[in-house]
Design a protein. Structure first.
Length: 475
């Protein structure tokens, strides 16, 4: 006989129920998972209140499941439970079996939710609503995600717009940040969102300024910015003009680049502020002429995160998207890093992210800017910025992502291939570890090699998560 299990639409609710069902040895085909807002004629299964006995599943299953749980399909709960049942009943390698139907669907759902989440972080646009008493404005955005990703994505906006008060409305539910807490409430239709204000003009200007004509790729623009979202994006009004002007702007960029005469001093130390604090460093770095990299990059990209962070992740240098946005790890590598951190349980809002070199180094190739590795002179010139960030934050753990970051902090002889995942005690942090840069995973053309590399990267970050948990437990 099949019994119904009603659950609220959340990963935690599914996880609690699934743990009890596994402990009771209830097979997947004996239950029908019903969302709490749906009805069923099936008899309800009574689940005990007591906590079930523990069982082990691969750590990455939990991370992936958190995203799959957001997929807009009532069948997702049954799929998740079937996967869990199989993993705990002798099929430990299930996640590695790409030919299995369940595994295939599981990863397809995961990919779609991940993409939807990425689109939400890129396409949400806030509009300012003035309060009647003249106090600071509240910012409101309306967005229509494909999946139930609001709870998953709200912490991203909390970090990015921590000092603003804002609300994101979606048809499913809404979230408000009041400067202290995130509060979730019912969803609303688009007609109830406030319309038009000066913030839209600001977005249009920002987009026009950050639009890189040398990288004009219409196909990609349409894919990245689906027409469905255009109604809520003020900058779409300027796209036609920007496309028309692109060839002229490329020519200007090239001329400007060749005409620029770089005059650098040889060390960032000449530009450090008299008082070392994160806000002062962030201001001062925009004037840095320590090496020639300032000439062609859009701006210096300083680190980001809490000043009392226990962990600092250090990458190589800002990429193309970071250079335009002025923020570290906002491109594909950053998304991958966020994802793996979430999978292993490193709280993203307790982490400071930065780079060994603060300006984007690239080679112009046709209409593209191709990443170029900073040389020893540039790395040495830039080191005072990273050293200052570390001296202010005083982290317990530093994670070097890739060989540039590792050699910047651990010396030229250090080899990531030989010593990745090893803890090293240094003068600037009690625990330093090096692993690969997430961009190296993204560049791998071979699927199997990429899966294997991600597994190893997850393993390394798992060591970091464990060390963090141990540290907290003994604090
Ligand atoms: S890369 Fe570093 S040293 Fe060179 S100009 Fe930029 S901030 Fe200064």
């Amino acid at each position: 006989m099949t019994n119904a299990v009603h659950i609220q639409r959340s990963f935690e609710a599914w996880r609690d129920a699934a743990r009890k069902l596994i402990a009771l040895d209830v097979p997947p085909d004996a239950i029908a998972w019903i969302d709490d807002d749906s009805s069923s004629l099936l008899p309800e299964l009574d689940l005990p209140d007591a906590a079930p006995s523990a069982f082990q599943v691969p750590a990455e299953f939990v991370g992936f499941s958190r995203l799959v749980a957001c997929f807009r399909d009532p069948q997702r709960w049954a799929l998740l439970y079937r996967m869990l049942w199989r993993l705990t009943h002798g099929e430990k390698q299930l996640l590695q079996d790409a030919t299995d139907d369940d595994t295939h669907r599981f990863f397809a759902m995961h990919r779609k939710v991940r993409l939807d989440r990425h689109k939400m972080t890129a396409f949400v646009r806030f509009r300012a609503v003035q309060s009647e008493d003249g106090s600071e404005p509240h910012y409101i955005a309306w967005h229509r995600p494909d999946h139930f990703i609001l709870r998953l994505t709200a912490p991203f906006f909390q970090r990015r717009f921590a000092s603003m008060k804002w609300t994101i409305l979606t048809p499913d539910e809404s979230v408000t940040w009041d400067g202290t807490d995130l509060r979730f409430s019912e969803g609303v239709p688009a007609s109830q969102a406030p319309a038009g204000d000066e913030l839209e003009t600001l977005w249009r200007t920002y987009y026009a300024n950050s639009f890189n004509p040398a990288r004009l790729n219409l196909k990609m623009m349409r894919r990245e910015m689906p027409v469905r979202h255009w109604a809520t994006l003020p900058e779409t009004e300027v796209i036609d003009d920007l496309i028309r002007e692109a060839p002229r702007r490329v020519e200007e960029m090239v001329k400007k680049q060749t005409a620029t005469k770089c005059k650098s001093t040889g060390s960032a130390a000449d530009f450090l502020p008299p008082r070392i604090s994160l806000p002062q460093l962030r201001d001062a770095i925009q004037g840095c002429r320590g090496c020639d990299l300032y000439c062609n990059a859009t701006q210096a990209v300083f680190g980001e995160g809490p000043k009392d962070a226990s962990i600092i992740f250090v990458g190589e240098q800002p990429g193309d998207q970071e250079d335009l946005a002025g923020k570290p790890f906002v491109g594909p590598s950053g998304h991958l890093l966020d994802e793996v951190m979430e999978e292993v349980g490193i709280p993203r809002d307790e982490v400071y992210v930065t780079n060994a070199v603060k300006h984007f180094k690239f080679e112009p190739r046709g209409t593209r800017r191709i990443h170029a590795k900073p040389n020893a002179r540039e790395m040495a010139a830039c080191k005072p910025w990273l050293a200052s960030e570390i001296s202010v934050i005083k982290p317990e753990i530093v994670v070097c992502l890739g060989s540039t970051a590792a050699q910047q902090l651990l010396g030229k002889q250090f080899r990531v291939t030989k010593s990745r995942g090893e803890w090293i005690k240094t003068d600037f942090a009690p625990r330093v570890m090096a692993t690969v840069h997430p961009s190296s995973l993204l560049r791998m053309p071979d699927h199997d090699a990429r899966v294997q590399a991600r597994k190893m990267f997850t393993h390394d970050l798992n060591l970091v998560a464990k060390a963090l948990r141990k540290m907290k437990a003994s604090a």
